[in-house]
Design a protein around this ligand. Structure first.
Ligand SMILES: Cc1cc2nc3c(=O)[nH]c(=O)nc-3n(C[C@H](O)[C@H](O)[C@H](O)COP(=O)(O)O)c2cc1C
Length: 200
């Protein structure tokens, strides 16, 4: 396990949960199709309500015909580091599902939750393969459906940058201090037995 100075796990977990973090500094190296498909394969096996699998991924490799469309959706601050990523991925969720034995679609209460599980699987698989990821909520949510051709009944959840990690010196200087793994609240702050008993 990499010893990340501000990340400790008093309760034993697989090292990947501690070692994965989300850098912004990327080398600009291109991603091959086999690696990219492995990321989506990992997402594929995420659990979901009724096994509805409501996740959809729309990707554009850096320099490809659609890269500019996805890149232009990003907030200006995110554009300043995503420019060196290998691929940008939009995670979209489907808000309805035809349940087993039914013919009419009904609302899926957990479409975002399930899409989130798929994102986490993708991120951990990427880490295993030597790629790094960073989720991005800072993008133009109003414009995204039209730009990406997403029809009614779907929600654009996040964009995801994937790349090979570079030294922070490739980033604009104001990002340098933040280019490090973040800590977490201790487990005791977010678990309770039986009833909600949290200060915040
Ligand atoms: C839904 C979501 C939205 C996020 N939006 C952004 C963003 O717009 N820009 C950014 O640089 N990081 C963004 N992040 C990255 C988080 O800030 C980061 O995952 C968090 O600080 C934990 O750090 P770690 O992933 O390195 O462990 C986002 C993460 C998530 C899950």
């Amino acid at each position: 396990m990499t010893q990340l100075s501000n990340r400790h796990a008093p309760h034993p977990v697989d090292s990947i949960f501690i070692d994965r973090w989300s850098p912004r500094a990327y080398t600009g190296e291109a991603i091959d199709d086999a690696s990219l498909l492995s990321l989506f394969e990992a997402a594929r096996w995420a659990p979901s309500a009724n096994n509805s699998q409501p996740w959809r991924f729309i990707y554009a490799k850096n320099g490809s015909a659609h890269w500019g469309d996805l890149f232009a959706l990003l907030n200006e601050n995110n554009q300043r580091w995503v420019n060196r990523a290998a691929v940008l991925i939009a995670l979209v969720s489907k808000k309805t599902h035809v349940r087993p034995g039914e013919t009419v679609p009904s609302p899926l209460k957990n479409h975002s939750l399930d899409a989130g599980a798929a994102w986490a699987s993708l991120a951990f698989q990427a880490y295993q393969l030597g790629w790094r990821t960073r989720a991005i909520g800072g993008f133009n949510r109003d414009a995204a459906p039209e730009v990406l051709g997403v029809p009614e009944g779907y929600q654009v959840e996040i964009l995801i940058a994937v790349g090979k990690q570079a030294d922070k010196s490739v980033l604009p200087e104001d990002f340098h201090e933040r280019e490090q793994p973040t800590p977490r609240k201790p487990v005791e702050r977010f678990i309770a037995e039986g009833k909600f008993s949290f200060a915040e």
